[in-house]
Design a protein around this ligand. Structure first.
Ligand code: FAD
Ligand code: NAP
Length: 466
């Protein structure tokens, strides 16, 4: 067969289910379903497709659009981080991968159905909830989660009506992780810097009317336990027109501990100390105010109360002293949490993740026995920590386990499995996503942005041609 014929065949097969027949050999095609098209899902698919010849990988994704938190979490002013999308796109275009967008586990399809239709199922549906402080008044209008705020500026369908109240001078962010710093940066960045990013148009409009001048970033522990990393702090310190103010008492004795610290922690601490020493030299009409050793205690209109804490073996222990911070808006940024979307999943409600040992899902926590053919990777399995590279390494390891279990017959692949039957469902294929992508990029180009995201599911489906 000539190269042209091969290419035509490949193109034709790419969009039709017929292509799957070609790869069937004497033994049944191994069918693997991955639930969730975020980094964990795509990295796992990449390794499985590389290691197993006679296999088909189907990716089932709740939203019409792929990429999970790379699209809806990573800050708009970090476009370089989103380059991983190019790798994911290459994986998605592999002739043995099919993308089923707009199909949600637990709503459109059950885990039982997927298990009947695949030899192995890998859950990578991430963490779509957030942890709560469990304080009275937490459900008040002036308290919102950082997760919702991030989803709002990043255009997650359903988040567009959040309407955060940016009419006050003081914002308090509870928690000092990188999500908290992302949110602080979005609130304090000059609008012009955001206009050329893929920040949603409605968020840019709301930020243009923002009266926010002071952002407190409050941690319950000390500078040596801060969860943000050096790159993110550096970006804050470089923000034009923003004066970073530390409290010198928070750093008492910290310099004496520098030599005992691991290198990344040491460099981060040195940067904080340098910034503390230089503070006041840069004038700015806005202020970034990191505050340590304060644990959330109470919420009341216009302010938040914190217990002053002391460190005991790195844990924050509240003292009887308190401090109140003027807080027109409070953003809770204390971590994400996964949810159990199907009753068939052995879920650890307390820790907010699926019970597993190295990615193999347990039948139940008590027996400790593995459920053959069922796996978990990404934040759903590890809990909501780590950057994309961490997620990648974890997903590669679980994908390798799946391949090993299949090749050693720990997973039964002797009988043929049909794969997902999408009949009657409004499925967005990879071609459908490409249409959305082209549409968004063209809409963004007209405004000098990399893309203008569609934020409405029906509109996504219309553009995808579904
Ligand atoms: P996700 O990315 O959440 O992917 C899960 C996918 O599953 C989603 O597409 C979701 O729609 C889908 N899904 C959910 N429910 C269902 C269902 N029922 N059925 C089917 N599909 C479903 N890391 C960096 O390296 N650099 C950064 O700058 C960075 N910024 C971040 C900013 C924020 C605000 C956050 C929260 C994280 C950031 N991270 C960053 C970390 C990074 O995003 C994670 O490591 C990574 O996204 C985790 O991947 P995942 O596949 O486990 O989950
Ligand atoms: P995180 O890094 O785990 O930080 C959570 C913060 O909340 C910590 O400061 C923690 O303090 C605090 N906290 C937790 N429970 C609390 C409570 N009950 N009361 C007060 N404070 C509490 O989580 P995250 O910021 O959501 O980030 C998740 C992951 O995504 C991280 O690995 C992060 O690096 C990654 N991420 C990376 C980037 C980037 O690379 N630019 C951007 C965003 C996110 P304690 O330490 O005291 O528990």
């Amino acid at each position: 067969m000539g190269i042209n014929c091969l290419n035509i065949l490949r193109r034709g097969l790419h969009t039709s289910s017929a292509r799957l027949q070609v790869i069937q050999g004497a033994t049944p095609t191994k069918r693997i379903c991955i639930v969730g098209a975020g980094p964990a899902g795509f990295y796992a698919a990449q390794l499985i497709l590389k290691q197993l010849d006679n296999c088909v990988v189907d990716v089932v994704e709740k939203l019409p659009v792929p990429f999970g938190l790379v699209r809806f979490g990573v800050a708009p002013d970090h476009p370089e981080v989103k380059n991983v999308i190019n790798t994911f796109t290459k994986t998605a275009e592999h002739p043995r991968l099919r993308y089923f967008g707009n199909i949600s586990l637990g709503t459109d399809v059950s885990l039982r159905e997927l298990r009947d239709r695949y030899h192995a199922v890998l859950l990578t549906y991430g963490a779509d909830q957030d942890r709560e402080l469990e304080l009275e008044n937490e459900q008040q209008g002036n308290v919102i989660s950082a997760r919702k705020f991030v989803a709002w500026y990043n255009g997650l369908p359903g988040a567009e009506n959040l309407a955060p109240d940016l009419s006050g001078r003081d914002v308090t962010i509870v928690g000092q992780g990188n999500v908290a710093v992302d949110v602080a940066r979005m609130l304090l960045s000059p609008l012009d810097a955001l206009k050329s990013t893929d920040t949603t148009e409605y968020a840019l409009e709301a930020l243009s009317r923002s009266q926010v001048e002071r952002v407190h970033l409050v941690g319950r522990r000390g500078p040596l336990q801060a969860a943000f990393t050096i790159k993110e702090l550096r970006e804050m310190l470089k923000l034009p027109n923003v004066d970073t103010r530390w409290r010198s008492e928070d750093f008492s004795g910290i310099d004496l501990q520098l030599d005992k610290l691991q290198r990344p922690r040491k460099r981060l601490t040195e940067l904080m100390l340098k910034s503390l020493k230089e503070q006041g030299r840069i004038a700015g009409s806005k202020q970034f105010l990191p505050i340590f050793l304060r644990a959330p205690k109470a919420i009341s209109p216009g302010e938040m109360e914190f217990s002053v804490t002391e460190l005991q073996q790195e844990a924050a222990v509240p003292t009887t002293s308190t401090e109140r911070l003027s807080s027109h808006l409070i953003l809770r940024s204390i971590g994400y949490k996964s949810s159990c979307v199907d009753t068939g999943i052995s879920f650890d409600t307390r820790r907010g993740r699926v019970h597993n040992v190295d990615g193999r899902i347990l039948k139940d926590d008590a027996s400790g026995k593995v459920d053959p053919g069922l796996y978990v990777a990404g934040w759903l399995g590890t809990g909501p920590t780590g950057v994309i590279v961490t997620t990648m390494n974890g997903a590669f390891a679980v994908a390798k386990t799946i391949c090993d279990d299949i090749t050693t017959n720990a997973v039964d692949t002797s009988s043929a499995k049909p794969g997902y039957d999408a009949d009657g469902q409004r499925v967005v294929t990879w071609d459908g996503w490409q249409r959305i992508n082209d549409f968004e990029c063209a809409a963004g180009k007209a405004k000098g942005k990399p893309r203008e995201k569609i934020v409405n599911i029906e509109e996504m489906l219309r553009v995808a041609g579904v």
